[in-house]
Design a protein around this ligand. Sequence first.
Ligand code: ATP
Ligand code: MG
Length: 505
Amino acid sequence: MISKIYSGTVYGIEGFLIEVEIDIAKGLPSFSIVGLPDAAVKESKERVMAAIRNSGYDFPAKKITVNLAPADLKKEGAGFDLPIAIGILVACGIAKKEKIENYCIIGELALDGTVRSVKGILSLALKLNKKNKMIILPDENAKEAVIANIKVFPVKHLNDVVKFLNNEQEILPYSEDLEKIYDENFFYEHDFLDVKGQQYTKRAIEVAACGGHNILMVGPPGSGKTMIASRVPTILPRLTFEEAIETTRIYSVAGLLKSGFISIRPFRAPHHTISDVALVGGGQTPKPGEISLAHNGVLFLDELPEFDRNVIEVLRQPLENGTIIVSRATFKCEFPANIMLIAACNPCPCGFYGHPKKECVCTPYQIQKYVSKISGPLLDRIDIHIEVPPVDIADLSSTTMTESSKDIRLRVENVRKIQYKRYKNKKIYTNSQLTSKLIKEFCPMTDEAKNILKLSIEKLGLSARAYDRIIKVSRTIADMDNKDVIDSIHITEAVQYRSMDRWLK
Ligand SMILES: Nc1ncnc2c1ncn2[C@@H]1O[C@H](COP(=O)(O)OP(=O)(O)OP(=O)(O)O)[C@@H](O)[C@H]1O
Ligand SMILES: [Mg+2]
């Protein structure tokens, strides 16, 4: 007696169809699973046996072999419990096999036969969409699978599936109005309305958001760096439907999906003790790291000098390419990591260097050592550095209305449109992605602007690396001003946003 059930697994963020073949033969009772199962799949035996018995069926006292094909792909997680159990029940004639071919079945089983949720359903559902299959899955996962636009049949118990196959009971398909949930989930907890004063910082943040530039904020404790950074996603252009699916997929694989569909830009702020694998992803069976969880949104590195040098080092490549490639002996997988980086730090170890009211207690050596930790490879990839002053008490108590995130976002979206149009055939989307060659093509300057740039580089002693960065940022500022040619005011403002270059000189 043999049966075949379709199921699936996820590797990296890709879904794969798996065929679960079950053979029940005469012989001494045994139960084995072959086809590169991991520990959780091997443990499946115990759960399947208990779940079948506790659901009121006899577990066959025969020689049972389960094969997961293709055999060269590592199978992970507990999602094969349900297809294995159904396969056994079909093979021994308890469940009918007629309908089985059209469905992919996935789910973890509790010992009493209850079906539990699994990770990475969206990636699998997207794969099934291409294969024209329907899915029978845990009730809790229905919200997520439906995003892939396939027919979804949620179940709560092993019995539900058996009765459905035997035509004794229907399973109600789950459906959602996707446009509606995309709109409903577009809601940010924070808003720029709460940030009082800080006009200079807000302007720099808006420039960064408009051009997709990475930014570093240096300021004393309590000046609002964390508060401002956490609000940056709210002013970035609204995620497109496709981008929302990409981001949701990563959260689904990481098992962090709560709302079903993520239609806002993510904000991730990992602690400075994070390891390099946790930041960029990896592990035995590759999992996305913080940088991929921030895909299409903001990665915030607070207290930048406290991060381990190795950790900072591994960020360089993904910041450049927007993806992470994790290679394993038999497989390679790619995680998207298209992020805006925001970093923050104090100006010195005590935090009060240059503070108008409080005195700094650090020695020049301590300050030098602290600041030097920031320099190097990562700083090379940050276009804008600003000093954030302490908040003015008068601003804090002021009742004048500040601008909302929505107002700022509308402006940012307009400036992004100018860039999309300009770089249409260049495979880049924002000014921050300009290469030296493209800068020559797309950044025309007035003579006055050229002069000011030359003077700034010479007089302020700005480094050569600052040169391209200043031009890119001034391109964004000119776009915000709706000007094709970069003028001196645009360059002057961009030069202001290079405070670390002056410090590290
Ligand atoms: N501009 C502001 N408008 C309103 N509230 C502010 C502002 N700046 C700071 N605050 C208040 O101060 C609190 C502390 O700010 P925040 O934690 O962002 O400072 P920080 O610069 O990140 O400090 P640290 O260097 O200690 O991390 C905020 O939670 C907020 O309540
Ligand atoms: Mg902070």
